[in-house]
Design a protein around this ligand. Structure first.
Ligand SMILES: [Zn+2]
Length: 324
């Protein structure tokens, strides 16, 4: 019997998700989600990943061509080692591929979750048919992935395309990574919440929906609250989102200079604001790109796979690595 199933796993700080795919479709034939339970130790999490895989895999694992695992942190796909998963306790230098390969007896491939989401969007989502794709996920932080000439751009240690940590202002705010003024520190969900809170403490937006939505408790303002107010047309909230979009556009212009894609895809919770965020981004791209050749035929669009991008990308990684 041929090994015709592909298993994708999306390892998160909260949940492990797994799905079974065939080469024909990105719609899973089976899908599961179980808690990661990271506080119970590294070995326990290995067990959780294996349990999720066995739940969706056929009982005869010989029918599985391979398992792809999307990891939430810097990952060396060549060595098969997770360098660090910040949201899972003690996940530092974890030989994930080797461990899962010996537990399952099947080929295992691993990658950074944003890189694999880029792969998923390229093969099955908004980037289908393009040879060069820039993918950005904007949520708590900003992650990214690049397809260049029909290949996922990895770099020598698999650390390429960390576009969220592109510096846009050396005197800017502290980024989640510890450096200053990266685009993540201006345009991520965390950054939008922080900026909103600071502005409100400054006395701005006194009449805004944002304050009403949190009953006046500034510490409860999140990017979701700002987004909700912006979608209702609140001026203060719209300005905050537009500022983030403008900074994002500055960074994207630099990314276009570096990668010259034919499409830019935005995923992650904050991107769900759509044109409220993306219109200012597009305007800034036009202003800051050094030539219209970079943006003229390069639409900025929303992702098509939603929360499933990492999971689908993990499955797609196995398809890429095990050609027919
Ligand atoms: Zn950073």
């Amino acid at each position: 019997m041929t090994a015709s199933y592909f298993i994708g796993v999306d390892l998160g700080g909260t949940n492990v998700r797994a799905a079974r795919f065939t080469r024909q479709s990105h719609t899973p034939e089976a899908k599961t989600k179980i808690p990661t339970e990271g506080a119970r130790g590294v070995d326990h999490v290995y067990g959780r990943i294996e349990a999720a895989i066995r739940e969706v895999a056929p009982s005869d694992l010989a029918q599985v061509a391979g398992v792809g695992i999307a990891v939430p942190g810097p990952t060396d796909p060549y060595a098969g080692v997770v360098m660090k998963a910040p949201n899972i306790p003690d996940w530092i230098n974890i030989p994930l591929r080797q461990v899962m390969r010996s537990r399952l007896g099947r080929p295992v491939f691993i990658g950074n979750d944003a890189n694999l989401a880029a792969l998923g969007e390229w093969k099955f989502g908004a980037g289908r048919g393009h040879t060069d794709v820039l993918y950005l996920t904007i949520s708590t932080g900003i992650g990214g992935g690049v397809i260049s000439g029909n290949r996922l751009l990895l770099g020598v240690r698999g650390l390429a395309a960390e576009v969220g940590h592109m510096q846009v202002d050396p005197r800017g705010p502290l980024c989640g990574c510890g450096q200053l003024g990266h685009i993540e520190s201006f345009a991520s969900g965390t950054a939008i919440a922080k900026t909103a809170q600071a502005s409100l403490r400054d006395g701005q937006g006194e009449d805004s929906q944002v304050l009403k939505l949190v009953d006046g408790d500034i510490s409860r303002v999140t990017s979701a609250v700002v987004g909700q107010a912006a979608q209702a047309g609140d001026g203060f909230a719209c300005d905050l989102i537009a500022e983030a979009g403008t900074m994002l556009g500055q960074a994207v212009a630099s990314m276009l200079h570096a990668y010259n894609p034919s499409i830019v895809i935005f995923g992650g919770g904050v991107s769900m604001l759509g044109d409220l965020l993306l219109e200012p981004t597009r305007r800034a791209v036009r202003r800051y790109a050094m030539s219209e050749a970079y943006w003229k035929d390069c639409p900025l669009v929303l992702a098509a796979l939603g929360d499933d991008a990492g999971l689908v990308g993990a499955g797609a990684l196995v398809m890429e690595e095990t050609p027919q």
